[in-house]
Design a protein around this ligand. Structure first.
Ligand SMILES: Nc1nc2c(ncn2[C@@H]2O[C@H](COP(=O)(O)OP(=O)(O)OP(=O)(O)O)[C@@H](O)[C@H]2O)c(=O)[nH]1
Ligand SMILES: [Mg+2]
Ligand SMILES: [Zn+2]
Length: 326
């Protein structure tokens, strides 16, 4: 994400195997299927597409591009990535974003949030050892606030950082709470539609003007307002942390969060409350579903592990064991 090299093309542009053609480093800032927008080192933005049939890069990826037309380039190489967040079901695997430091799971009092999706989002972050942050938005709507708090109590007990805020009623408090948690990091906003992800983005990064539901209602473009994943640099006046400015990625709301790609070994470790129990199991290859002498099941029986967390684990284990064509 270095924005220091202002003289693109000079010196290293012909390095690598593409002598003659000039390959340039770029950052993917938007993705919609096979259609990408990249940002070059000097800040220039261009449309880009993958060379082959497969689109195997995601927002946040550092890539090499070659100019294909006046305002279009082709992605020739994806640099090694720190991590890659994705969702998957029986039929396909969908890339969400790469090189992420923090997953911000946005929930709201109204419309009510799905605890199943929250659990899955947490597992996906844990599996990649990415720090999750839970945000409960719309605390200005009092009817369902207590219910939302009650449902979130378990996740607070598990040690997850959980913030309450209202973009609409108290934007200053929201900004004050989020700015220090975001500065210098690359964070992604994920969650169901209508929770307020784009509203948060608009608050945090003035001038972005991301579409929120009001705007899309005016434009009559339907219910889901954000249709593609998009990276925004954090404001320059937030300063840098370890030389990094940080970024915030907005993503479209989802209704399902399949994790068919996670292995059994990743799953058992993605539940932090399971971890200290794993050494207590009688069998080294225990699945923690119905084995005798299982430390996890003993903790469920005693109430130390919540039944609904174990149910989610069992469901994810089932998904993980399915045949996947991809
Ligand atoms: N009452 C209240 N409404 C809010 C608040 N924040 C956002 N909203 C409203 O919630 C609706 C959905 O907000 P969006 O920001 O579009 O939600 P989103 O999560 O980006 O939704 P998708 O793009 O569909 O995934 C809009 O009508 C917002 O004005 C809040 O703090 N309080
Ligand atoms: Mg949105
Ligand atoms: Zn076990």
């Amino acid at each position: 994400m270095s924005r220091t090299s202002r003289h693109r093309g000079a010196g290293s542009a012909n390095a690598g195997t593409n002598a003659g053609k000039s390959a340039e480093p770029a950052l993917i800032i938007a993705a919609h299927g096979r259609h990408y927008v990249v940002e070059l080192a000097d800040g220039t933005r261009m449309h880009a597409f993958p060379r082959g049939k497969k689109s195997d890069s995601a927002v946040g990826d550092h890539v090499s591009v070659e100019l294909a037309a006046a305002d279009q380039c082709v992605i020739t190489r994806v640099q090694a990535r720190k991590n890659l967040l994705h969702r998957s079901d029986q039929f396909k695997s969908k890339l969400l974003a790469a090189n992420i430091d923090q997953v911000i799971i946005v929930l709201a009092t109204e419309p009510g949030f799905s605890e199943d999706l929250l659990g899955r989002a947490l597992v996906s972050a844990e599996a990649l050892e990415i720090r999750p942050l839970i945000v409960l938005n719309k605390t200005d709507l009092p009817e369902r606030l207590e219910e939302a708090r009650r449902r979130l109590a378990l996740y607070r007990e598990l040690g997850y950082d959980t913030l309450e805020l209202s973009v609409r009623a108290d934007p200053d408090q929201a900004l004050g709470a989020l700015q220090p948690r975001l500065a210098g990091l690359s964070s992604i906003l994920i969650g169901q539609s209508g929770m307020g992800k784009s509203s948060l983005l608009n608050l945090l990064i003035p001038g972005v003007d991301a579409q929120t539901r009001e705007i899309s209602a005016k434009l009559d473009s339907g219910k889901h307002t954000t249709t593609f994943t998009r990276l925004y640099h954090l404001p320059a006046d937030w300063g840098t942390v370890d030389g990094r400015q940080g970024a915030l990625i907005d993503s479209p709301g989802f209704q399902e969060f399949g994790l068919y790609h996670l292995s059994e070994g990743m799953l058992e470790r993605a539940f932090p409350e399971f971890r200290p129990r794993l050494t207590e199991c009688r069998f080294y290859n225990c699945h923690h579903t119905n084995e005798p002498g299982c430390g996890v099941l003993a903790a469920v029986a005693s109430g130390a592990i919540a039944e609904r967390r174990h149910q989610l684990y069992a469901q994810l284990l089932h998904e993980s064991s399915q045949q996947k064509p991809w």
